[in-house]
Structure formats: C-alpha cells, structure tokens
Design a protein around this ligand. Structure first.
Ligand code: GH3
Ligand code: MG
Ligand code: MG
Ligand code: MG
Length: 324
C-alpha cells in the first residue's frame, strides 16, 4: 500500500489538483421551467453549491453570458422551449462556449439525449435523479472547468511573456517584427501610409555609470511610460533592445510622424526624469530616426533600415534631434 501511494505521488510530482480547483462552492445555473422540479434540484445541490434558478431559457442565455457560472444544468424536458436549442446557443456564444452543460433527461428521451451529446453537452443524468450521482457529476464538471481555466490562464500568461519586455511592459522585438511585417502588407494593400520611429536614449551608458544600473532601469521604465502616453492606441510601442525603442505608426505619413517624434523628443528633454522615489533627477535626451513606407515594392526590412540610418545621422548631428 505504502509503495503504491508513494508511486502515485511521484507520478503527480508537486502538482496538487485540489489546490488548483480549490474548495469554493460551485456557481451553478439551473434551467428548469417547472417550479417544483427546479426547487427539488436546488435543494439537492444547495448546501454544496451556489445555485441560481432560471425558468426562462432566453433569460438563461443572457444570465449565463453575464455571470461567472461554472456549470449549467439544463432540463431536457422544458415545458415551453426546446432545451437543445438553448444548449446549441450556449455552445455558439463566445462567452458561454467553455461553460459545461449537464443535461437532465427522462428515460424515454434517448434520441434527444443523443442529439444533445452531439451538440456538445458534457454530461447527463437520467431521471429519477439520485442525489449522490448528481453531486458527483456536478463536482467532476466543475473541477474539470476550473482545471481547464487554470491551464488556459497559464498558456495565456506564457504567450504574453513571450511577446512582452519584462522591464518596461512594452512589446518586445519579436512581437514588433512580426507585426511590422503584417502592418506593412496591410498598408500596401489599402494604399495607406505607415511610418516607423527608432528612438535611442543619448549617452545612456553615462547614465548607468553615473547613477547606477538600477537608476538606468528606472529611466528605461519612465521613458516607456512617456512613449506610451504620447502615441495613439493603434501605434505599436516596443523595446527593440537595450536603450533602443521602436514605434510603428499605421496610417501615418512622414509629416505626421515627424510631428509625433518631435513632440516626444521635447517631452523627454523638457522634463528631467525623477527617479529613486524622488531623490534623483536625471536629464535625458533621445535621438529619433524615421522611416516611412515608400511604394508597393518596399519591405518592412527596408523601412527599418532607413529609420536606422536616420538614427545614425541624428547621433552624428549632435543627438537630441529627429532625422528622417
Ligand atoms: P549613444 O548616445 O551613442 O546611444 O550612446 P549610449 O551610451 O546610449 O549607447 P551605448 O550603446 O554605448 O550604450 C548603451 C548602454 O545601455 C550600454 C548598456 O550597458 C546599457 N543597457 C542596455 N540594456 C540595459 C538595461 O536593461 N538596463 C540598464 N540599466 N542598462 C542597459
Ligand atoms: Mg549606441
Ligand atoms: Mg543610446
Ligand atoms: Mg543604442
């Protein structure tokens, strides 16, 4: 016995599903338009779960889409509505697609049960309902949903981390490169302009050397904030590497890009960066190179190359300036 138990643990490793799914009451929506039946279901589930009753299936759909439910229990024998229609609506709405459905069926309703299973109902229970069986099936569905949600959140988080710069929260270089390629193609197809800014902090090495690496990090974060708050929602801000940043601006020609770049340059040079909880003030300037989409033969790489050359000239011109 002991050997088996320890083997189980080693298979599971440190992973504890009970910790993931927790012990909170399940949030259950029961759809049943016969009042006494609904109340009996509620009584069976009630002490272990938080149950909401809904007699009107159309209302149920809205309630399910709004609420943070973890399971919908649907009576297949609704008196005034096709319960299977409700199930397929639940399956087709984005907000309820991942919501498990438990069908309650009468023994003679086998053909409709099969259709329900085809639609994507997760489990079912045949009348007369055994309370223990109901609780067991409900518990399994809720645990599975919580576990799936947990996995989905983890995947989502991993994806976000893969496209985000950890220090500034801006998009990273990989994300920017992928999207610049797409945005360039879209701009060409639609005959719209597109501009790119490459921004580089001037003498950043000296900021690190004078104030320390942590202060340098704070400057990078503060700069990212100023960048974000000076562009539109559709503009793509990213940290390209070290103290170099890129803004991709769809629907933006060179003249407008110059205005944005110049405004940002002034917002950096005009106000010292206050860091270390207000203890230090650091004067920061940036140089900006601009590139813009130039005809149907142009590519994202060529736009970036021109912006990079312009940045190089901005540095040679004495820094703290915009060059296109
Ligand atoms: P220039 O005006 O020509 O751009 O000079 P610069 O000093 O800004 O450029 P250089 O490329 O010589 O130095 C960039 C410095 O940025 C060197 C590197 O240590 C520092 N750096 C890169 N990434 C980070 C970071 O994440 N945090 C901090 N604090 N420093 C960084
Ligand atoms: Mg440099
Ligand atoms: Mg620099
Ligand atoms: Mg640099």
């Amino acid at each position: 016995m002991r050997a088996a138990a320890s083997r189980d643990r080693s298979i599971e490793g440190d992973f504890d599903i009970d910790q993931v799914v927790g012990s909170a009451k399940g949030r259950i929506l029961v759809v049943e338009d016969r009042r006494s039946t609904a109340e009996r279901l509620q009584a069976m589930l009630g002490s272990a779960h938080a149950v909401t009753l809904q007699a009107n299936p159309q209302e149920a759909l809205l309630t399910a889409a709004d609420g943070a439910f973890e399971l919908v229990v649907v009576s297949l024998a609704l008196a005034n509505f096709d319960a299977l229609r409700l199930c397929s609506q639940l399956r087709s709405l984005d907000r309820t697609r991942m919501l498990p459905i438990l069908l309650i069926v009468d023994p003679e309703d086998q053909p409709r049960l099969l259709r329900g299973l085809e639609i994507g109902v997760n489990d079912y229970l045949t009348r007369p309902i055994d309370r223990q069986e109901l609780l067991a099936r409900v518990r399994t569905q809720i645990r599975r949903k919580r576990y799936n949600d947990h996995l989905r959140d983890n995947v989502q988080q991993t994806i976000e981390m893969a496209v985000t710069d950890g220090l500034t929260g801006l998009h990273n270089r990989r994300y920017m490169s992928t999207h610049l390629a797409t945005l360039t193609e879209q701009a060409k197809e639609r005959g719209k302009p597109l501009s790119v800014l490459i921004l580089d902090i001037d003498f950043f090495k000296a900021i690190n050397d004078t104030h320390g690496h942590d202060a340098g990090d704070e400057v990078l974060r503060e700069f990212a904030d100023r960048m974000r708050s000076n562009v539109r929602g559709i503009d793509l801000c990213c940290r390209y590497g070290g103290e170099e940043f890129v803004i991709v601006m769809p629907d933006t020609d060179l003249n407008l890009a110059r205005v944005v770049a110049e405004r940002l340059r002034q917002r950096v040079a005009g106000d010292p960066f206050v860091i270390a909880g207000g203890v230090k003030q650091i004067d920061v300037t940036i140089s900006i190179g601009l590139g813009t989409l130039d005809g149907l033969q142009d590519t994202d790489e060529q736009i970036m190359k021109r912006a990079d050359l312009a940045l190089y000239r901005a540095k040679r011109n004495g820094r703290n300036c915009v060059v296109s």
